[in-house]
Ligand binder design. Structure first.
Ligand code: L3W
Ligand code: SF4
Length: 422
């Protein structure tokens, strides 16, 4: 497949505006501002079928339509660049290697929805990305793509970078908005959705980095063209971040819906040492595990939901036969316990319970009853206030269900069977 999202990243100095413009950059913005109305743009994005790439897959055109329909002023356009889940690193490639694609996508989105100000909320642990984005923003101001009366039109847009302080929960859009307002980031109740009451309770569009990098392509080549790439009900190119026990970990751009088996065995080169595949978390740390028999699934939102798991942001974590599934589950739930904001009981207490129980099993002190308690706590966590708590138990509950024998082995042996020297 032709590289679309990663078309620029291998060019020397791909992060500079000169290289971006030489490769046709900012032509989509010109087309949008000079030849298209905001409504035309929203129609084009709706026709493309683009769905948000941050984890939930909400239709982008629809989100923009909701924001455009709200008449309160000013409106804000926010890029969620708080990529913080373990094993997610696909947005980083765009931020560091093609920042102008992101800026151009934001400009087009802001014009379409009537937003006057924009923020890129960047993961605190991406200091290089911050420098690159700030330089790119300065270049865009110099060339007249940002600021007052862009390209001689009525459209004005100012853009700022805001770094987070290391809290994963601030990737949840309403916690992100709290943090942007200078407060401790905690999820807000939805509705109202940010498109109507977001930053400073004004209409606010929040889109993921990869989502926005698709926009110049859709405007240049048309929504119809875009809708023919990948899965028909969930089209477009997709960045998959593959990590763990594969020979070639990395970020792969493939059509949405590429089978998981192909991603692991063809693109990422198969399993290290040609060992056996044991398990895959197909959509990041909060997805349900898949067994080797389940990897013929197309990697898109509906297919993975049908398979009882989720695409999330497209982070594929691969475990081989030498990995301990209990330890993997423990590591993941430890992360969520640490990152739980503590606002609601099911998540605050549930993540702590799960850590304590899974650790006990991993250390050989567990009982068979613990497995039932894990599933019961997980069920309660479904009632959490936000997506973090609703999904945090997935790696634990799904491994208990699909790898029950391995949990039982720890319990019966009184130790981890994978730990060497025992
Ligand atoms: C207007 C409506 N807007 C929904 C908007 C909403 C948001 C988007 C999706 O979680 C998932 C989570 C993590 N009117 C609307 C509406 N919207 N209905 O649509 O909303 P929602 O609430 O379904 O999802 P979310 O809270 O954005 C995102 C999962 O992603 N995840 C996270 C991965 C981590 C990263 C990272 O590190 N970069 O992405 C992983 O799987 O569990 O389920 O904009 O406002 N009627
Ligand atoms: Fe906070 Fe977890 Fe509740 Fe979300 S689910 S509000 S992260 S405690």
């Amino acid at each position: 497949m032709e590289r679309l999202l990663l078309r620029n990243v291998d060019k020397e100095n791909s992060h500079t505006i000169e290289v971006y413009i030489k490769g046709g950059g900012y032509q989509a913005l010109k087309k949008a501002l000079k030849e298209m109305s905001p409504e035309d743009i929203i129609e084009e994005v709706k026709e493309s079928g683009l769905r948000g790439r941050g984890g939930a897959g909400f239709p982008t055109g629809l989100k923009w339509e909701f924001a455009a329909a709200d008449v309160k002023e000013p409106k804000f356009f926010v890029c969620n660049a708080d990529e913080g889940e373990p094993c997610t690193f696909k947005d980083r490639v765009i931020i560091e290697k093609d920042p102008h694609a992101l800026i151009e996508g934001m400009l087009i989105g802001a014009y379409a929805t009537g937003c006057r100000y924009g923020y890129i909320y960047l993961r605190g642990e991406y200091p290089i990305g911050r420098k690159i984005l700030e330089r790119a923003i300065a270049e865009a101001y110099e060339k007249g793509f940002l600021g007052e009366n862009i390209l001689g039109t009525e459209f004005s847009f100012d853009l700022y970078v805001h770094s987070g302080a290391g809290a994963y929960i601030c990737g949840e859009e309403t916690a992100l908005i709290d943090s942007l307002e200078g407060r401790r980031g905690e999820p807000r109740i939805k509705p109202p959705f940010p498109v109507n009451a977001g930053y400073l309770w004004q209409p606010t569009v929040v889109n993921n980095v990869e989502t926005l990098a698709n926009i110049p392509l859709i405007i240049e080549r048309g929504g119809k063209w875009y809708s023919q790439i990948g899965s028909p009900d969930c089209p477009g190119p997709k960045l998959y971040a593959v990590s763990g026990k594969v020979k070639r970990p990395g970020v792969y751009e493939l059509p949405m819906g590429t089978p998981l088996r192909e991603i692991i065995y063809e693109h990422a080169g198969g399993i290290v040492g040609d060992r056996k595949l044991k398990a895959v978390f197909p959509g990041g740390a909060s997805s349900c595990v898949l067994t080797p028999e389940e990897i013929d699934v197309p990697m898109d939102f509906p297919s993975l939901a049908k398979a009882g798991t989720m695409l999330g942001s497209g982070a594929v974590m691969v475990l081989d036969e030498t990995d301990c599934i209990v330890k993997a589950a423990l590591r993941l739930i430890e992360f969520f316990r640490h990152e739980s904001c503590g606002k609601c009981v099911p998540c605050r207490e549930g993540t702590d319970w799960l850590v304590r129980i899974v650790r006990r099993i991993e250390e050989g002190q567990g009982t068979e009853d613990d497995l039932d308690v894990i599933l019961s706590v997980s069920e309660t966590m479904e009632n959490s206030f936000c997506g973090l708590g609703m999904a945090a138990h997935n790696p634990v509950a799904s491994t208990v269900k699909k790898f029950r024998e391995e949990f039982l082995k720890h319990i019966k042996l009184g130790r981890c069977p994978f730990r060497s020297g025992q």
